[in-house]
Design a binder for this molecule. Structure first.
Ligand code: ARG
Length: 714
């Protein structure tokens, strides 16, 4: 079926299908959704319009997390855990523990630059499918075609950014390459921290309560976006002024009740809703299970170091939180997949799918072998899996800060030797320059003993590989555990990479010049480069093949069910809606959808992570709730649940009521539904939201930040 036909049919069918709450919809699909039927009192155009100001103009992307403008002067609300990276970097920089104590700017002048934090506002959204697919029409080979598409995308993004460092363009592939949409953003590089509550509020419950309900976390932080006097998104300067928000959300004045309609606009990161049983099986057994073990071993190292040295905590807190978060998510996936028998469910589904495909001659010809081909691809992965994983452990986040700096600088030099059009997409000159700016930030999480421990772990893992999957390049280092320890301590005493300026100077060298530097970590990066390069090529070829098969998998399902489809999440802006509702986590238990300040006080043990500030307890005892009390609950609402369909990346997203007014910030999903990234489950999946009334109660009564409450219209 041609692409045009396919899109047409999707659109037609969406017109007369009724919806469950499942779906992270593109804004261009809004007009096909029955918004009134879902209880919304505003139109698709009020939410998104190509030519009028709409609610979507109040939505901010933080590069990973979501956020929204809440005042005309660039004031932004997001989650505390979204601003955590910037808070950690500022803490390391100033040697002040903003993570534990929080930060409040008493006046505009006191707002503190959020180190390394950018903010993006969406300028336009354009379908560029034809332009991209036309340019690769003549290419037959799948891997070549995929590369050509990536190159075309890079070229188009570059053109749209027009060498401006306050512009960012992202061309996203939908449905594994059936559709391409170009998202153009304004990028603001001067973002400041306005108010972050102390950990006893912002991280209340910590990793124990993370991914759980009932929840009592005040997971919010205020930021402000600044612009240069000429309106550009320049880096920090005292001359910069608060941004005139393109639009902003108004806080709801009415109380929220169970059953009320809610919706969310934000940037969900990644879902795998159209994957085969093979993919799920692979991820359960070869990804989640081993990764949980690995994360735990790294976390043990961090815990040990943080206990001994407060400096370690300031440097590693963000890494610690991310790993804990990912580990619990993976464990939730393991538990959920086992409990629900998700692989078997998918296999049954695929059996029925194939029965249908085989009953139609044309479909049989096209998709008859689809599942065998997918199985074959996962079989290929298995052959060298241990080697691939151990090699991946050298670089990126896994081997600490210094080695990844050496690796990046050398890769850039190698890539620069190629003509620009042949460089890997992530090495376009603009991206290289963007990354160069971020080198200093990496050093704010550099803690030498941890870096050494990570390198030791990577080498030990290489040492343990089976005979037929050895990384020959490190063979002489990993002879025995003594040789590993000796090499690591020697390398870290000799290396010059602790000096960020030295690292930056590598970016003006050729590959040969870097190769000539007598530095053990750089030499290791040089030595591993060919192996890494082969792995990269192998991986891109594999991805091209699997993408094609995944596209066919969706087509086959489509041929069978003709149901409406939304594309998997890919960090592009989406709409989701659903009612305020509780759920049943297990037999005989019903979870109510609201928690309250009373619950916060009940959980208080005085000890981290349940160390509620005394002042909050006092306010509670005196019933000093101000206007933030809910008359029906006779309490300050803290968090609530709704049926919206979100995933990681949606954190910080504005949650709105039927009229599009701000009622809270999405900050989590529930443990029982961790597998929902693979398979949506209406009964179990909920979004956990911090109620805007709790946000304002803390801002007003606890922090006494009257200027912010006023700025938000109270
Ligand atoms: N579960 C949240 C999310 O993925 C992150 C919460 C971070 N908090 C923590 N204690 N690690 O959006």
């Amino acid at each position: 079926m041609s692409r045009k036909m396919w899109v047409l049919i999707v659109v037609l069918i969406m017109g007369f299908t009724t919806f469950a709450e499942e779906g992270m919809w593109l804004l261009s699909q809004l007009e096909n959704l029955d918004l009134a039927g879902k209880g919304l009192e505003i139109s698709a155009e009020d939410i998104y319009s190509q030519d009028k100001t709409s609610l979507s103009n109040a939505i901010v992307w933080l590069g990973g997390c979501s956020a929204s403008f809440v005042s005309p002067d660039g004031l932004v609300l997001t989650n505390h855990h979204c601003a955590f990276g910037a808070l950690q970097r500022n803490s390391a920089k100033d040697s002040v523990d903003y993570l534990t104590d929080g930060f409040l700017a008493e006046s505009l002048q006191d707002e503190m630059p959020a180190t390394g934090q950018y903010a993006y506002t969406l300028q336009s959204m354009t379908d560029v499918t034809d332009e991209i697919l036309k340019s690769v029409k003549k290419i037959r080979d799948i891997a070549e075609k995929d590369k050509a598409i990536e190159r075309k995308i890079t070229e188009m993004e570059k053109l749209a950014e027009n060498d401006r460092d306050d512009r960012y363009c992202y061309i996203a592939s939908m449905y594994n390459g059936k559709q391409y949409i170009k998202f153009l953003f304004n990028k603001y590089q001067d973002v400041r921290i306005v108010y972050a509550p102390p950990a006893g509020i912002g991280v209340y419950g910590g990793d124990i309560d993370n991914w759980m309900w009932p929840r009592h976390t005040g997971d919010f932080t205020y930021l402000r976006v600044y612009q240069a006097p000429d309106g550009s998104g320049a880096t920090y300067s005292p001359e910069n002024i608060p941004l005139k928000s393109p639009n902003y959300l108004k806080v709801a004045r009415t109380d929220l009740k169970e059953g009320d309609a809610t919706f969310i606009l934000g940037f969900p990161g990644r879902t795998m809703r159209y994957r085969s049983s093979y993919s799920i099986d692979w991820n359960l057994n070869e990804n989640y299970i081993p990764m949980v073990k690995y994360f735990q071993s790294v976390l043990d190292v961090i815990a040990d170091m943080s206990q001994k040295d407060p400096q370690a905590k300031l440097k590693l807190a963000n890494y610690d939180a991310s790993l804990n978060n990912a580990m619990k998510n993976y464990q939730g996936n393991i538990d959920g997949m086992r409990k629900s028998g998700i692989v078997e469910q998918k296999r049954q589904f695929e059996k029925e799918l194939m029965d249908f495909i085989h009953s139609k001659r044309k479909l049989k010809k096209k998709y008859g072998h689809l599942l065998d081909e997918i199985a074959e691809q996962y079989g290929l992965l298995k052959e060298t899996h241990q080697y691939d994983d151990a090699l991946k452990n050298f670089g990126g986040y896994f081997t600490g800060v210094l080695f990844s700096q050496a690796e990046n600088a050398y890769e850039v030099a190698r890539e620069r030797a190629k003509p620009e059009a042949e460089r890997r997409p992530e090495f376009s000159e603009k991206r290289v320059q963007d990354n160069l700016k971020r080198i200093d930030y990496a050093y704010l999480r550099y803690y030498k003993p941890f870096d050494m421990a990570m390198m030791t772990m990577a080498l030990k893992r290489a040492a343990a590989l089976p005979e037929d999957q050895r990384i020959t390049e490190v063979e002489d280092i990993v002879k025995d555990s003594d040789s590993i320890e000796k090499w690591v301590s020697d390398a870290f005493s000799k290396t010059k990479l602790e000096d960020a300026e030295f690292v930056k100077s590598l970016y003006s060298m050729t590959a040969a010049e870097i190769e000539a530097i007598d530095d053990p970590l750089i030499q290791l990066a040089v030595k591993l480069y060919p192996a890494k390069d082969r792995a990269y090529e192998k991986n891109t070829a594999w991805s091209a093949r699997i993408k094609e098969l995944r596209k066919n998998y969706i087509d086959a399902i489509y041929a069978w069910k003709s149901q409406n489809l939304y594309p998997d999440a890919n960090s592009t802006i989406r709409f989701t809606c659903g009612k305020v509702n509780g759920y049943s986590p297990a037999d005989a238990i019903w979870y109510k959808p609201f928690t309250t300040l009373t619950g916060v006080i009940e959980k208080d043990t005085g000890e981290e992570p349940f160390d509620n500030p005394k002042k909050v307890t006092e306010l509670y005892r005196k019933k000093n709730f101000g206007r933030w009390v809910d008359p029906e609950l006779d309490d300050v609402p803290c968090c609530f649940l709704c049926e919206c369909d979100i995933t990681g990346g949606n954190s910080g997203s504005a949650v709105m009521n039927a009229r599009g007014e701000l009622i809270g910030l999405a900050f989590d999903g529930n443990y029982e539904a961790m597998t929902s990234d693979w398979l949506y489950n209406q009964k179990l999946q909920r979004t956990i939201v911090v109620d805007i009334r709790y946000v304002l109660f803390i801002t007003d009564k606890f922090a006494g930040a009257e200027r912010l409450v006023k700025e938000m219209g109270f």
